[in-house]
Design a protein around this ligand. Structure first.
Ligand code: DGY
Length: 461
């Protein structure tokens, strides 16, 4: 990217993050999403670590302050003053937060935030504050949320972060499109109807949320939707490795028993993904319906994200290297994916359904019958997905694919940091001045260490 363009984009992205900062957290967008969202905050912290590390730490601490006693980190922490501006709100849940969750990218974010400013992190005791809460969050997912395959289940499409992905279509068909709570759509004031889930989807979303809420958000009561997502499981595995690095840093060079436990847990998650979520015909991972035991054979970006677990150079001195669990040049977390899987995933990523079929990475394969370049998670290119795959291919040394994925960030500033874009034309879709688009653009432009996976051992303070 051109130098002047980069400076303009850094300034403009910084302005978006400044105006969306409330003093304790960052809203994803002032109109469409006026509260704090769980995985949005993690991506925002990843971007803010470069210039505003204190704010990045505060972002994560504020979110973790809302953690439930059972360990769950809520999908949304409401700003009660704005309950009319987003639905369903605090009134629906009868609580200060949503009872649902979102993909667990937080421990990875917290580790990157820590490594970006070791002195500030030490001064605030950041790791000691967040590590136990993040470990409890993961215990909740491994425990109360464990499905038949030993992988965490999501109880609502909102929990997957990819609400109307075709991965959830068949399971949603079984949910009656009727709710007692009237459906409100303030979202349609901020994005076109052709860019947001439809009203039939929303009636089912409300029905599911209502059923879960009325069961006291208890996880042993079936609500009619229990899906294992390859994106969610991958982020849990990556974050589990981040917890291992945190445990080592906290143990002051002493025993790293807890680190070994986290690494073993990550290995178990990836082995279960390999066994239950791989689709050899599609050449990628897919979702699993925990109710029927069937795999959902649809090609989406969710199923490419496991490339994050495909390898890369092992940082010297990590416990994996010391334990002799790995060998060769592509090791660490990469040793966990099954043989040949990384090559197949790379071929699918480069193939006609994804980067081979147009300029940017679509959320749903161009070859899937549901593909729609404007409609939320059914085709548009999302910046967090471009970022996740960019980090994966950089770690694998695939500069050709990295250059393709970086191209997406070149349209962020000219399109006013849109929520997502048309994957063929680059036209902005959804809301504008979207925080994670700005934050991840900053991360791409300002990162000096591109190889952030597997999470490196920290430099000494
Ligand atoms: C929305 O409202 O579209 C969000 O994806 C829910 O988290």
């Amino acid at each position: 990217m051109h130098k002047d363009f980069e400076e303009d984009a850094v300034d403009a992205a910084t302005r978006v993050l400044n105006s969306n900062w409330t003093g304790r957290h960052t809203v994803p967008a002032t109109g469409l999403y006026p509260h704090q969202w769980s995985w949005d905050s993690a991506f925002v912290a990843i971007g803010n670590r470069h210039r505003e590390p204190g704010r990045a730490r505060a972002e994560l601490v504020t979110l973790l302050d809302a953690q439930w006693p059972d360990g769950r980190v809520p999908q949304i922490v409401y700003d009660v003053g704005r309950d009319d501006d987003y639905a369903p709100g605090a009134g629906f849940w009868g609580a200060a937060t949503s009872g649902l969750v979102q993909p667990p990218v937080h421990a990875w974010a917290a580790w990157l935030v820590h490594c970006a400013d070791l002195a500030g992190s030490a001064r605030e005791g950041f790791l000691a504050r967040v590590y136990p809460r993040l470990a409890r969050w993961h215990e909740y997912l491994h425990g109360l949320r464990a499905g038949g395959a030993g992988l965490p289940v999501t109880k609502h499409p909102w929990e997957t972060g990819t609400d109307n992905s075709p991965l959830w279509d068949a399971a949603l068909e079984r949910v009656p499109p009727r709710s007692r709570t009237p459906v409100r759509r303030p979202d349609l004031r901020h994005a076109g109807t052709g860019e947001r889930p439809g009203s039939r989807d929303y009636r089912r979303y409300y029905r599911l949320a209502e059923t879960y809420r009325d069961a006291g958000c208890a996880d042993d009561v079936p609500v009619g939707f229990a899906m294992v997502c390859p994106l969610f499981s991958t982020l849990l595995a990556v974050s589990e490795i981040a917890l291992a690095r945190m445990a080592e840093a906290l143990s002051d060079g002493g025993g790293d028993a807890r680190a070994d436990v986290h690494e073993a847990t990550a290995a178990r998650v990836v082995a279960a993904m390999d066994e239950h979520l791989w689709d050899d015909d599609l050449g990628q991972y897919v979702a699993l319906d925990d109710t029927t035991g069937q795999r959902v054979r649809r090609a989406t970006v969710n199923g490419l994200v496991p490339l994050l677990l495909a390898g890369g150079p092992e940082p010297a001195g990590t416990s994996a290297a010391r334990s002799g669990r790995t060998s060769g040049t592509t090791t660490g977390a990469g040793a966990l994916l099954g043989p040949g899987r990384a090559e197949r995933l790379l071929a699918t990523l480069a193939g006609p359904g994804f980067l081979g079929g147009g300029p940017n990475l679509p959320s749903t394969s161009r070859e899937d019958p549901a593909f729609d370049p404007a409609l939320y998670w059914r085709g548009p290119a999302w910046f967090n997905m471009s970022w996740l795959l960019l980090r994966a291919v950089q770690t694998l040394g695939r500069d050709d694919l990295a250059a393709r994925l970086r191209e997406h960030f070149a349209v962020a500033e000219p399109e006013i940091f849109p929520e997502y874009t048309d994957p063929d034309t680059g036209t902005g879709r959804g809301t504008r001045q979207f925080s994670w688009t700005a934050a991840l653009t900053l991360d791409v432009l300002l990162s000096t260490d591109e190889c952030i996976l597997p999470t490196p051992a920290p430099p000494s303070a």
